[in-house]
Design a protein around this ligand. Structure first.
Ligand code: XMP
Length: 516
């Protein structure tokens, strides 16, 4: 059975999702105003939505036309609840249609940066300039506003914003959530603070207090296991659960042998020595390595590692004592996406780090409503060290999928040394936090080189460094030549057997971040 503790934030704003690519961004902008918000499907019944007692509701944009068959709608009773509503793009067009205005396919599509003129500064545009540059992306337009509404901003050819101040219902045609509308945060602040009466209660400290209370309520005097991977999500989860229930938590840290240099020691020290957490450190390096002997296919590597992980844990289950709960670092984007997305399976991203289903544990997921940057802020609030809080994402199967082809002890040693140099130099250049990930890959090739007067025939390391917001897309990072040069010289001088370093200049898509 799964019990999911939902945060009992004091004040909630709901984003109704009409299929926009920007719904998550809207939620993030609202939370950046220190107001808690959740995304719900557009067809959530009014009763269910109002039972959450939201202080405000935001309708997202969406790719449809409001007059198209099957276009997403909301429960119209929402308009009668007296709760402030902000409609964005499609959201505004929908409210115009449902409340008696009219919408049509505009003659001129508005896309990109567009000048708007503010006609009324009395609500969403308070304290903003009369002329502003906003980001637009729409074909349809509102031709006439519904009864009770006034036009509050226009572009040269279309309505840009409308409001019914007495009912506190507002619409904007532009996207205040994107960075190209630089004053967009002001629109959210005006809506949240002045119209909805929200206070700034969503802070890392309040998240910790609420999560701790939630965990205590759920777990009582039960016992919890948490699989630590070394990454920030499981670390913050463990630290929160530990703050809530102390010794009732046992962490399991599995060393499958594919971790980065000195990573295992660092995790064990942080949790055992600094936080005094009960920690079972399972050392299973040889088992994993022998199961991967001769395996070259990436998906097969992932499958074997996942299977072996479950086997080892089951064999060690007695070390966990009488555990009823499993703490897991599921994040909000996973929750939203598993509910909505039907993406093709490119790679099996099963997070090696879960416990076997046969243990029949109830889930405790204290960061399930947080975005990654919020998890980091909570980690800092809990006093986790910077090198755990700000660590780049690392795949569950670790270096095993960064050694192309068969994984061998020599290959692991080589890649570990090269990877450590890469991270050290990127940190020394002050670039680590600006990159989403940077790491080395050991290519299954040998090439000719010369060292002293000797011919060499050595291995090749590929350097990968990317910028990204969410790993769905990524750009190769334009690292300074001096940094590339230092990394290359150091790897070739310090890592035995490597005589070539290459830099991967592929973006995602069409490449992926990892090579396997
Ligand atoms: P790709 O390579 O698909 O990676 O562009 C996107 C993000 O996912 C990480 N990744 C994994 N994480 N298990 C994981 O837990 C995996 O098997 C796995 N494969 C890729 C990758 O590091 C990047 O952050």
């Amino acid at each position: 059975m799964t019990i999911q503790n939902s945060p009992k934030a004091e004040e909630l704003v709901i984003v109704l999702d009409f299929g926009a690519q920007y719904s998550q961004l809207i939620a993030r902008r609202i939370r950046e105003c220190h107001v808690y918000c959740e995304i719900l499907p557009h067809d959530t019944p009014a009763g269910q939505l109002l039972a959450r007692r939201p202080k405000g509701i935001v309708f997202s944009g969406g790719p449809s036309s409001v007059y198209e068959d099957g276009a997403p709608v909301c429960d119209p009773q929402i308009f009668d609840a007296g709760i402030p509503i902000l409609g964005i793009c499609y959201g505004m067009q929908l409210m115009a249609k449902l409340l008696g205005g009219s919408v049509s396919a505009g003659e001129q599509r508005e896309y990109g940066k567009t000048e708007i003129t503010v006609l009324d500064h009395g609500d969403l545009f308070q304290d903003l300039n009369p002329r502003l540059i906003a980001w637009m992306s729409h074909g349809d337009r509102v031709d006439s506003v519904p009864p009770g509404f006034a036009e509050t901003a226009r572009t040269s050819s279309a309505l840009a914003a409308m409001s019914d101040r007495s009912r506190r219902i507002f619409g904007v045609q532009f996207h205040p959530e994107v960075v190209h509308t630089p004053w967009g945060a002001e629109v959210f602040r005006n809506f949240l603070y002045r119209q909805c009466g929200c206070r700034q209660t969503w802070t890392p400290a309040s998240v910790v207090t609420t999560a701790v209370r939630g965990i205590q309520d759920q777990v009582g005097d039960g016992r919890v296991a948490c699989a630590l991977s070394g990454g920030v999500d499981s670390a913050v989860t463990a630290a929160l659960v530990h703050r809530a229930i102390g010794d009732q938590l046992t962490c399991v840290f599995m060393d499958h042998g594919f971790l980065r240099k000195e990573e295992a020691g660092q995790v064990v020290r942080t949790f055992r020595e600094n936080f005094h957490v009960n920690l079972v450190h399972v050392q299973a390096q040889e088992r994993f390595l022998s199961r991967l002997a001769g395996v070259v296919d990436p998906e097969e590597k992932r499958r074997i590692i996942g299977e072996e992980y479950a086997n080892v844990l089951e064999e060690n289950a007695s070390d966990l004592g009488d555990v009823q709960f499993l703490a897991q670092g599921t994040l909000y984007p996973d929750v939203i996406e598993s509910g909505t997305r039907q993406a093709a399976r490119i790679k099996t991203h099963h997070n090696v780090g879960g416990l076997p289903e046969t243990l029949k544990l109830q889930l405790v997921e204290p960061v399930r409503y947080l975005f990654k940057d919020e998890v980091r802020a909570v980690g800092e609030e809990l006093g986790l060290p910077d090198d755990i809080v700000w660590r780049h994402p690392f795949p569950g199967p670790g270096l095993a999928i960064r050694i192309l082809g068969e994984v061998t002890p020599d290959g692991l040693d080589t890649l570990r040394e090269a990877d450590a140099i890469i991270i050290e130099e990127i940190m020394a250049a002050g670039l680590y936090r600006r990159l989403f990930q940077c790491f080395g890959i050991l290519a299954p090739i040998k090439s000719v080189g010369v060292m002293g007067d000797q011919r060499t025939y050595g291995g090749a390391i590929v350097l990968r460094a990317v910028t990204s917001d969410d790993a769905m897309t990524a750009d190769w990072a334009q690292l300074p030549y001096e940094v590339l040069s230092r990394i290359s010289v150091r790897i070739m001088n310090e890592v035995p057997g490597v005589n070539r370093v290459a830099y991967d200049i592929s973006s995602k898509p069409p490449a992926t971040i990892e090579w396997e």
